[in-house]
Structures are given as structure tokens and as C-alpha cells.
Write a protein that binds this ligand. Structure first.
Ligand code: UD1
Length: 339
């Protein structure tokens, strides 16, 4: 297929571009580079072994989005383009609702106008809300989210579900757990701007000497070692999950289907620190601080549906996630160059 990867220069999008090419698909990257650097593109071409078509475009612009579909022949869309920082979303809710929903509406309108009806959506385990039992299962209701960021995911899932049923779209809703790691080459990876919000990039920046110490947000949770447990997933496994979902769209049992993309195995913050120390050979100094508002003690996903229906499961371990993150971070201590 010829696939539009909306947000294809970002962390998960860029890894998915490589999985798509490896699976024989052709890709068209669309990105506004608001949270990605164009210098990722030549690296992607090098790894893919081919030239890649890319467009600098703001997908909230309906006219520009329609023009893109008028110039590129497309068979499917994978939609990663959106704002994703939970804390920031509480400070700027309107920006989150506007950007995340508007880009989805433009894509859907352009897809309908140009008869492209395959859609894979970058959703999140955050849609299970604060009170779902673990492991999270796709059929759990009601979906809910405590942050504006998470609410955009719940709302977009709903929009896509209605559109799929009414207008003949085929939609896979991919609910990610905690994506970490980097391509095994160490040439592409996660490059957060400013102070990292998430655990793994923070640990990596401490290891490489960009930050002094990590703060562990709470060690008094009702877990074995007192720290929160999460279902970490290697970004290369996650990327392969998108290709499996795309390849399965036409055979899905219903027009819209949600899939958990996780390993099904949670790890604690202290376990992640220990694994990173093993992988990097560096010590990660840390202090235990207070809990972070909104954090749940532990959650992980039931990965059975993706295994049965998509034939996909994770294959990379926590040690692989840490080794690959370290290879990326140590070779690119300041992330991608500006030019
Ligand atoms: C967060 C978001 C989630 C989003 C995901 C994207 C929240 C509440 N949730 O998940 O909606 O989809 O990122 O990857 O923000 N930790 C520390 N010290 C740090 C950073 C994190 O101890 O400096 C701990 C956290 O308390 C948590 C664990 O590490 O227990 C993982 O945190 P993080 O990487 O931010 O992911 P989530 O909070 O699970």
C-alpha cells in the first residue's frame, strides 16, 4: 500500500516508517516539524535504503490537507500527528482539543473526498481511565481519561468509530502502553524538547550527563518495591504492530477494532533504573520524591487480541529497550542536530 504517515517525523512515526518500508509498503511522510526535526529524514532514508517522500504540512489546515490528497495517490493513513504531553495539556487544554481533533477532521474529510478509507490511529492506554481493572482489556467501558490529552484520544476514538460504521472506513485503534527504546542502529530515537516528561528519556539523559539526577515519583505505592509499574514496549515492536494492524484492516471482524499494543508484563521504576544501569554501565543517581499527580500505581495490557487477530506480539525485552535507548542517547547526546 501507499501509506500516509501523519506525524511520520516524530518518535513513533519515524520507527513505523521503517517497519512499513521493510514490509514492502510505500510511505508518504506528513509532518509540521513542531516536535520533530527535519534532520531525521536523511537518517530514515539511509536506514530504509530508499528515498522517502515527505511534506511539511500543518494537518489542521483543511485546504492544505485536501491538496496533499489531491497530489499523492494514497491507500491508507496512519495518524500520529498530535500533541502528547499530559502535563502541558492541563495548562493548554484548548490547544490540545483543537490540534488533535482538527487534524483528525481534516484527514477524515480529505480521505472521504479522495476515497481513501483505511485508517490506523495512534491511541493510548490512557483511555482506560483511572478505575479499569488490570490487565486492561479492549472491551472495557466506559472509556474515560483524566487529562485533556487523554480526552482527545477518547473523543477521536469515538469519532472514528462513528465514521467507520457510517461511511465505510476500516479503522484500527491502537492503544499504546509505554513506548521506549530506539532503532537498533542508534541513529533514530526519542528526542524530547526541554525537560523530559517521561521516565526513560529522563534516565537516558542522566546516564549521558545532561541531567544530574532522576527523581523517582513516589516509593510508597502498593507494589512490591513501592514504585509504579508500567507495561513498557520497545518502539520497534510498536512500529511492527502498526504494520500488522494495517495489513489486517480489510479482514477485521468489524469496521472498527481496538487493539492493546503492550507486552502484558509490567516493570517498576526501580527495575527500569537497574536495567538501564546494566545496559549502559553507568550509575543512575536518583532521589525518591513525592508522587506525581495523576499517576496510577500500576497498569498493563492484555495483549491477547493483538496476538490472535493481528498475529503480533512483542519480541524485545526490557534489556533490549535499555540497550537501544543507550546506543541512541550516547551517540546523540543532544538528540537530532538542527541542520
Ligand atoms: C505517561 C502519560 C500517558 C502517556 C504516556 C506516553 C501521565 C500520567 N501519563 O504515562 O498518558 O500516554 O506517558 O508515554 O503522564 N517517573 C519517575 N520519574 C520521572 C518520570 C517518570 O519516577 O522523572 C515514573 C512515573 O511516576 C511513572 C513511570 O515513571 O510511574 C512512568 O512514567 P512516564 O514515562 O511519564 O509514563 P506514564 O506516566 O505511565
Amino acid at each position: 500500500m501507499r501509506v500516509l504517515v501523519a506525524g511520520g517525523a516524530g518518535y513513533i512515526g519515524s520507527h513505523t516508517v521503517l517497519s512499513l518500508v521493510a514490509d514492502g509498503h510505500e510511505v508518504v511522510i506528513a509532518d509540521d516539524f513542531s516536535n520533530a526535526k527535519p534532520t531525521v529524514l536523511p537518517r530514515l532514508e539511509e536506514l530504509a535504503g530508499t528515498t522517502l517522500t515527505s511534506h511539511r504540512i500543518d494537518l489542521t489546515d483543511r485546504v492544505a490537507t485536501d491538496r496533499l490528497f489531491a497530489t499523492e495517490r494514497l491507500d491508507a493513513v496512519i495518524h500520529f500527528a498530535g500533541l502528547k504531553a499530559v502535563g502541558e495539556s492541563a495548562e493548554k487544554p484548548l490547544a490540545y482539543y483543537d490540534t488533535n481533533l482538527s487534524s483528525t477532521f481534516s484527514l477524515l474529510a480529505a480521505m472521504r473526498a479522495h476515497d481513501v478509507r483505511r485508517f490506523v490511529f495512534s491511541s493510548s492506554a490512557t483511555v482506560y481511565g483511572d478505575s479499569a481493572p488490570v490487565p486492561y482489556h479492549e472491551d472495557y467501558r466506559p472509556l474515560d481519561a483524566s487529562s485533556p490529552y487523554g480526552s482527545t484520544k477518547v473523543m477521536i476514538e469515538r469519532v472514528l468509530s462513528d465514521v467507520a460504521h457510517a461511511e465505510g472506513f476500516r479503522v484500527a485503534l491502537l492503544r499504546y502502553f509505554n513506548p521506549v527504546g530506539a532503532h537498533e542502529s542508534g541513529t533514530i530515537g526519542e528526542d524530547p524538547q526541554g525537560i523530559p516528561n517521561n521516565l526513560m528519556p529522563f534516565i537516558a539523559q542522566v546516564a549521558v550527563g545532561r541531567r544530574e539526577r532522576l527523581t523517582v515519583f513516589g516509593a510508597d505505592y502498593p507494589t512490591l518495591d513501592g514504585t509504579c509499574r508500567r507495561d513498557y514496549i520497545h518502539v520497534a515492536d510498536l512500529a511492527d504492530g502498526h504494520v500488522a494492524a494495517l495489513d489486517h484492516l480489510d479482514q477485521m471482524s468489524a469496521p472498527v477494532r481496538a487493539f492493546n499494543l503492550g507486552s502484558g508484563e509490567p516493570s517498576s521504576v526501580l527495575e527500569m533504573i537497574a536495567a538501564f544501569e546494566r545496559a549502559s554501565g553507568r550509575q543512575i543517581p536518583y532521589d525518591v520524591g513525592p508522587r506525581r499527580a495523576g499517576d496510577l500505581a500500576e497498569f498493563w495490557g492484555d495483549p491477547a487480541r493483538a496476538a490472535t487477530e493481528l498475529g503480533w506480539r512483542t519480541s524485545r525485552s526490557i534489556d533490549d529497550m535499555c540497550a537501544d535507548t543507550w546506543r541512541w542517547q550516547s551517540a546523540n547526546p543532544h538528540g537530532y542536530p538542527d541542520a
